[in-house]
Design a protein around this ligand. Structure first.
Ligand code: FCB
Length: 457
């Protein structure tokens, strides 16, 4: 039977996790300390003092987890390698026992017919490098390239899908700007440096990677409340200017250097006012602009703003005085994020239009809800509705010409949701943290059917 909505042949279906959020085994086999170990131990930083020490114990339970992925029919598993597992001090010799874990994981994925997608940096910077300035230091970009080369050397005979960075905006502007993420620095100038040095690290690492290369960014269409209701709404000049600034900070700050070899003028102006531009050296943009095959899109909700005289820039958004970040009415997830699937089609179509040379893949999309266990089931119809809506939005964008190659749900498991600890559950598979039992939610069973029919009924 043909589904109502069918995806192109060969569309990639998968699920994603990240090392610190699922692995646990924080002190095993020579793993060094990461900034998230430190941050989680700093009182008041993570809800209820939760840490990733045990998480989903994926480090030990990966064989069962891979079986579960195979049962769901996933064709791809996106995971990240932990830099402090591979290079415990951040620079210097690699730790073979750390690499052994990823070796075993890759082998069992391949045995199960699942393609590994490896992300090299999903926020767990070695603490030793943070002590030397972290991403505000230019050296970190070079150490990142060395670490990436070590992982590549060990796995590239079996892995051909590589992502350098995950969401450099979040790492820079929440990690070094607002400080709600590790390392908890609150300084706009540091945030701009962290953004640039991550991009530099991306470029340096990319030069030595072979296979299909991806850069994953958190992106959102930047819109006014009126545009959500009416796509054709005509903007005031002030709103249009506000959108340009926020879009430059959130989206083009990373897209333009990586794909065009330029920085948006708005970003240079704002960074110049916040610490200057000395960290950007001649030749950096040529290094940053490396050919990549896929742009990884992590989408959760649009960024809703409007011009508002007197509004003061929030710590994560330097240079946005006079712009209000608007909370809108309507359905939202347990994170308080609005559910607006049309934002995803809008984003995909825009990316295909403005950056036509790169293929697109959704590397994260999903939602946290307050799940209930009923007997042996988790009837998470709200999550099913969220995923269904966003997959329809993907389909719509493809129909409008977006070159979208695949979709990876965030997340395979409930896991350590950064500053929210274990309180927010994004998984399609429930984790009972007391027993480590895995229980596929209704959304997982629904997703299995979607994958099987390559579409939605
Ligand atoms: C993204 C992160 C991912 C997860 C989701 C909810 O910003 O990449 O690790 O926390 O948000």
């Amino acid at each position: 039977m043909t589904p109502d909505i069918e995806f192109p042949e060969g569309f990639i279906w998968g699920a994603a996790t990240a090392s610190y959020q699922v692995e646990g085994a924080a002190r095993e086999d020579g793993r060094g300390v990461s900034i998230w170990d430190t941050f989680a131990r700093t009182p008041g930083k993570v809800a209820d003092g939760h840490t990733g020490d045990v998480a989903c114990d994926h480090y030990h339970r990966y064989p069962d987890d891979v079986r579960l992925m195979a049962d769901l029919g996933l064709s791809v598993y996106r995971f990240s390698t932990a830099w402090p597992r591979v290079v415990p001090d951040g620079s210097g010799p690699a730790n073979p026992r750390g690499l052994d874990f990823y070796d075993r994981l890759v082998d069992s994925l391949l045995d199960a017919g699942i393609t590994p997608y490896v992300t090299l940096y999903h926020w767990d910077l070695p603490q030793n490098l943070e002590d030397r300035g972290g991403w505000t230091s230019r050296d970190t970009a070079y150490y990142f390239a060395d670490y990436a080369a070590a992982v590549h050397a060990r796995l590239s005979d079996r892995v051909s899908n590589w992502t350098t960075l995950n969401e450099p905006w979040v790492c820079a502007f929440l990690g070094y700007g607002s400080g709600v993420h590790a390392p908890g620095v609150t300084d706009a100038a540091s945030a701009f440096k962290a953004a640039h040095h991550q991009l530099l690290g991306h470029g340096l690492a990319a030069q030595n990677l072979t296979g299909t290369l991806t850069l994953t960014l958190n992106m959102a269409p930047v819109v006014t409340p009126a545009q959500i209701v009416d796509v054709a709404h005509v903007l005031t000049d002030d709103d249009a200017e506000a959108i340009r600034r926020v879009d430059a900070l959130l989206n083009r700050q990373f897209l333009d250097p990586a794909l065009k070899g330029t920085y948006p003028a708005e970003v240079l102006d704002i960074a110049a006012e916040h610490g200057g531009l000395d960290h950007i050296r001649d030749g950096d943009l040529e290094i940053i602009r490396q050919p990549i095959d896929l742009l990884g899109i992590n989408y959760y909700n649009p960024c809703v703003i409007q011009a508002a005289a007197g509004a003061v820039a929030p710590p994560a958004w330097p240079g946005t005085d006079g712009i209000e970040f608007v909370t809108i009415e309507g359905p939202q997830t347990a994170m308080g994020w609005p559910v607006i699937p049309s934002g995803l089609s809008r984003l995909l179509v825009r990316l295909s239009h403005d950056y036509p040379d790169v293929g697109l893949i959704i590397t994260e999309n999903g939602a946290a809800f307050h799940d209930k266990v009923v007997g042996d089931r988790v009837p998470d119809s709200d999550r099913v509705a969220y995923l269904d809506g966003h997959l329809r939005a993907c389909h719509q964008a493809i129909a409008e010409g977006a070159d979208l190659r695949g979709y990876l749900v965030w997340s395979l498991f409930d896991n350590f949701e950064w500053a929210e600890g274990y309180h927010q559950r994004f998984g399609i598979v429930r984790i009972d943290y007391a027993t480590q039992r895995r229980l596929p939610k209704d959304s997982a069973l629904w997703y299995r059917d979607v994958i099987q029919r390559n579409g939605i009924e």
